[in-house]
Design a protein around this ligand. Structure first.
Ligand SMILES: [Zn+2]
Length: 208
């Protein structure tokens, strides 16, 4: 006898696959609106100080015209921070690069969630990376040209662009650490959304 469940199963599957889409949180909807290429992740309730609120795997951002700016590896971020990061890439990095006659193709040398203390020390405060509230990036990948090493590049021809990136990052994120902040940030840019008393912000990056 044919199994009657065969005619039922597709409908069930359809209902199941529709349910999560209808229940997207406000934050996940925002990621969609902002063109983020992401996958939702399950929250790890046993992670303690390293738990990420509404974690997502962040793979890249689509620009207004639909072009994807991918990361060289997906990073885990809290949804709220991912929403901020998307705007930085879409509205600051891509247009700034364009204004300087270059086309942004991606970001490389990236980092996101990592369960650790600040600056990888054994003791001390927990890093914003531990809660998925921070992002590291080393290079801008450029169409038809060498990548720009954000901290290592000291070329005159990219200085104005790097200055612009610094200004944008410091306006958007409450913490920006780059070269000259400390030895840990000589080779990459760190941005995070740390909330400090009195709205205090840290912008430590001397563009050279
Ligand atoms: Zn970092």
């Amino acid at each position: 006898m044919p199994a009657p469940s065969q005619s039922v199963r597709p409908a069930e599957t359809q209902a199941q696959s529709k349910a999560p889409a209808a229940e997207l949180s406000a934050c996940l909807r925002l990621l969609k609106e902002r063109g983020v290429d992401y996958a939702p992740l399950a929250k790890d309730d046993d992670a303690g100080a390293c738990a990420v609120e509404e974690p997502v795997s962040f793979k890249g951002v689509r620009l207004e015209g639909g072009k994807l700016i991918p990361l060289d590896a997906p990073v885990t971020l809290s949804c709220n921070f991912a929403a901020d990061l998307a705007l930085w890439i879409r509205d600051d990095l891509a247009p700034a690069t364009q204004r300087h006659g270059l086309t942004l193709r991606g970001l490389s040398g990236v980092g996101g969630h990592a369960c650790r203390n600040r600056n990888r020390q054994i003791v001390g405060p927990v890093s914003e990376h531990a809660t998925g509230n921070a992002f590291d990036v080393r290079r801008l990948v450029i169409d038809g040209a060498a990548p720009i090493d954000i901290m290592g590049d000291r070329a005159d021809k990219t200085r104005a662009l790097r200055e612009e990136i610094r200004a944008g990052a410091c306006a958007r994120f409450s913490t920006v650490l780059g070269s000259d902040s400390d030895a840990f940030h000589e080779d990459h840019l760190h941005v995070d959304g740390r909330v400090r008393r009195g709205g205090f912000r840290l912008c430590q990056w001397n563009v050279r």
